[in-house]
Design a binder for this molecule. Sequence first.
Ligand code: ADP
Length: 390
Amino acid sequence: MPLRAPGSFPVVGIIGGGQLARMTQPPAINLSITLSVLAESEEASAALAVPSAPVGACSDLEAVRAFARTCDVVTFDHEQVPAEVLAALQEDGVVMHPSPEALVFAQDKLAMRRRLSAAGLPCPAWAEVANLAALETFGQEHGWPVIVKTPRGGYDGKGVRVVQSAAEASDWFERSAGQPLLAEEKVAFTRELAVMVARSPSGQAAVWPVAETVQVDGICTEVLAPAPELDSELAAQVAADALTIAGDLDVTGVMAVEIFETVGSDGGATYVINELAMRPHNSGHWTIDGSVTSQFEQHLRAVLDLPLGDPSPRSRWTVMGNVLGGDYPELYPAYRHLLARDPGLKVHLYGKGVRPGRKIGHVNVSGDNLNDLRERARHAADYFQGVITE
Ligand code: ADP
């Protein structure tokens, strides 16, 4: 099959063949844009759905170079592409969105903290700690427990540790080979929020409503959009911050800003920023069915510098439930019961092998009754996981 679509339609290359690349395929079909993914294996989630999926590691410079030569623009399914590979592509003149200069603030939590603090954006108290003594000093100043993070390579809470004393992080200091870690005060948050923003190379930007993300054991299980009972001024401020970050960092494509909502000294709701992700994000999966323009379509538009779509919600509420793997390897038999029970349920499975606790899909439901939507999303996710049987 020829990679290039007829005429002037472009080829968008995505490094990484995970579910985010896979979910970009439906809007790519609609816009007649050819997607190509550099996949980790032939069985990768996106390789099963995208017309061109050469296999190669994102750390293999020659594989990435050969891939980039077949694409008009290159973007990312994850944040793990090594800096040397990004630098080499840039030298080759490859068009990348987001650029390596922007992406570093999603790859490196220390770089992100420095930059956001310098811009006066609300962050938890933090410090770069190079050794046990520095962590001890931070703990004495801000109180224990302290959150310790590896600046790079973390996801789903891996690379985040709550420590009661500096000694509890000694193995990380040993392994980090002199590289500093990030220490943060443990924020007493009331809930976690996230806002998605899109920005194009010409500077057009669009922001979706702020959503609430519910986490269990460090894994996001549910997203409520918009965040229920969120103070409207706080929502406006969070959206304004997301637009400021996107502009200041020259972000191109979509970005998630993860936020902790807290209680301020005046007793009112306030917030600090947790981290940034520069790609479509789990907290934006609700937009596939719940918004006029999904985060995946918007990301395509943004990286191609096309005019952005309308991010308005289609319904009063949309609830997204993550489907986690259970003990039962077959998901298809669950369809008969789930689709009959709830004709309004929208199912998105990622074509991944089922492993206990692995994110293998999500469901969306939209409507006017938030409690009913939460029950329906929870039911479907639990049924897929096999923790309930009816
Ligand atoms: P990851 O990059 O693995 O998603 P995060 O930095 O988002 O890691 O942290 C994962 C989870 O750990 C957060 O969702 C939150 O529940 C908790 N956490 C992270 N930082 C803090 C903090 N400073 N205070 C309190 N909880 C935190």
